[in-house]
Design a protein around this ligand. Sequence first.
Ligand SMILES: [Zn+2]
Length: 408
Amino acid sequence: MWSLLEVVSQVVTRRAAWMAGARVAPGMLDALVAAELARPDASETLEAHYLLAMPALRARQLEGPSGVEEKVFGTPLALRRMPRLKDALDALFALVSDAGLSCAACLGAPTPPELVEGRTLGEVYEQCHFGSFMPMLYAYPGDLEDALLRAPVGFIDERLVGPLVHELCHFHAGEPPAPANVNEALAAWIGSEAWPAQVRPGRDEHDAIPGAAWFAAVGGFIARMLGEREALRLQAGALDPRDAFGAPCAEALRLYGFLPFLESGAPHLLSDAFHPARWWKLLDLHRDAGLARDFHDRLVRPLLAGGPARQLDWDEALDALAWRDLPAWRDAPGPVDTKLAALAERALSVRAERRGSTFFVARADPPDPLKLDPDACEIRAPWPGPDALGAPAVFPWPPALCAQTRLV
Ligand SMILES: [Zn+2]
């Protein structure tokens, strides 16, 4: 076992090495160093992904000398010609300032015009949390094919408002919340609050983000636990996850988010997004001292002591917990429960389709009514199976609302 000093020295050395290769975002840098220390055999794969492949795609977007990337990323933005972008940014800036946070600190400017007016999408994106070293999601070459025949400002307003709002919702935090799933979940929740089309587009809208609702469900459950303003403060790094959830819960969340990497060594440091109920349970069980003790004895401690990393063990343990025995079942329903219920209905009335090399989210009314299972706390749509992205036809439903249906 390494001594503490050796670990510290490794961390310092590896942080410096990563930063020499790319301007890795805060939070991500810690995750990469932790990943390497936990699995030195994955170093090469991580470097290939985060120092070569991703920065190369980003460079193509931001520095492409000609062609569609130059058109989309290199044209100055003008809010008077971009009504959707204006509405989305107005809503996002209002959410941030209503939470008592500084828009300049969280979003990069005090007002929407100061953030975007006369600047290019590339200039705005590279100031975002991941914009310093990762490509902008949903603006990959396959996503931009339709832009060739369009005016860039119109194309961005129609197709890239949801994705840009998502990137902005990562905020600028010196210490973003870990693990990456929590950071993504809060970005998706805040984004869906500011710009609902990100989760369910209107009939003529085309900028929804595939899978966003499943991440947003976890962010919403956090907002339910902490309060909506506190959830934004957590994302902004103004609230430490250990203070927000308690140290044992923060530790369990980190490990759960890291499990797939610990098990497989694959470079994506994100855990499964399509089972938000497991994250809900992991958060909620820590409100009960007995359940938390049992969970830590069975799963957290053995893993920290060097036992095998097996996602299946954690998934099965969480699935086996009945909502009836968890604290959220006994809570009075609150306003975020209502929002989570609306999110579930929206999530099940969109379907991702594959189009060429990209995914496209479209409105799709389920063929029959949704079915609520109040004991399992989930609602199901009669789709024949998962959509093209793998999103299941089932979504968690707030336990506090389910408990109410059992009272009558
Ligand atoms: Zn994200």
